[in-house]
Design a protein around this ligand. Structure first.
Ligand code: PLP
Length: 286
């Protein structure tokens, strides 16, 4: 059965889901996106994703065409229509299609475009959850407002392509000698004295929803967390390294640029945080 997508108020077969070539998302990357995980047919940590969506659109003065409550209903309807058990819902909102290509915002009554589609992934049993992933490092070539979840992802496309060519699962982006974040993930290390370190939020990184939940869950358990930047050298000297995102949850990093982290296997803290996160995810799914 063909997958169903959502486009501006309609549920349509994926092959018929189309937007205009004048759409500002297409022409200028003038849009925002979100990805929420689905476990057992339910959305994971979706309130956090919708809060970030509202913040991102606010930062670019783009009004959502639907309330976040309605957006969640559409996400849930799409999951149902696709019979999706495990995977992700992608959603994107753009400043819509004007009558031409003007950089400044449309003056007339141009409605934002809202699209969604789903993909299947068994996040819990993904092989890389057991083995961990290799990462490579690349310079961070992105703009100065990475806290906005913009669809302008060319730097990440190139970073993740370089990772794919190198047989790695993620690219860690480096700026001023420090790790900013992964191409599509937040980066963590566990220091030799058992401190969980992840870069502080700010305009240099996207405030990851999974990052936020993992930090809160760790702190609730009296684990020591420090939010600060770290270097690749520090990561290579660490006990453990891992990444978080909606599409992998918590995933061990076992080597960086071909050098192993600790013994090159997922460590006990990474495994524990993964279990804690999965428990939280299931308990709060909607
Ligand atoms: N950082 C970047 C640049 C990302 O693209 C993503 C997710 O796509 C993340 C971090 C992780 O965010 P989240 O945990 O909300 O999926």
């Amino acid at each position: 059965m063909e997958q169903i997508a959502y486009v501006n108020g309609s549920f349509v077969p994926l092959s018929e889901a189309k937007v205009s070539i004048l759409d500002r998302g297409f022409l200028f990357a003038d849009g925002i996106y979100e990805v929420a995980a689905v476990l057992d047919g339910k959305l994971i940590d979706n309130a956090s994703h919708l809060a970030r969506l509202e913040r991102s659109v606010g930062e670019i003065e783009l009004a959502l065409p639907e309330t976040t409550a309605r957006i969640q209903e559409i996400q849930q309807e799409l999951v149902k229509r696709n019979n999706l058990a495990n995977g992700m819902v992608y959603l994107e909102v753009t400043r819509g299609a004007d009558t031409g290509r003007d950089f400044a915002f449309p003056k007339g009554d141009v409605k934002p475009t809202l699209i969604m589609f789903t993909s299947t992934k068994d996040i819990i049993n993904a092989p890389s959850a057991r083995t961990g992933i290799k990462v490579i490092t690349v310079p961070d070539l992105r703009w100065a407002r990475r806290d906005i979840k913009s669809v302008a992802l060319l730097a990440q496309v190139l970073a993740k392509q370089a990772a794919a060519v190198a047989g790695a699962g993620e690219a860690w982006m480096i700026e001023d000698g420090k790790v900013t974040e992964g191409g599509s993930s937040s980066c963590f290390i566990l220091t030799q004295d058992d401190v969980i370190v992840t870069r502080q939020n700010g305009s240099a990184i996207l405030p990851g929803c999974t990052r936020k939940a993992v930090v809160a869950l760790a702190e609730e358990r009296q684990l020591r967390v420090e939010e600060r930047a770290f270097s690749v050298e520090e990561a290579l000297a660490a006990k453990e390294a891992f990444v978080t995102s909606a599409s992998v949850f918590v995933q061990a990093v076992v080597s960086i640029d071909g050098k192993t982290v600790a013994d090159g296997k997922p460590g006990p803290m990474t495994n524990r945080l993964r279990e804690i996160y999965v428990e939280f995810a299931k308990a709060t799914a909607v």
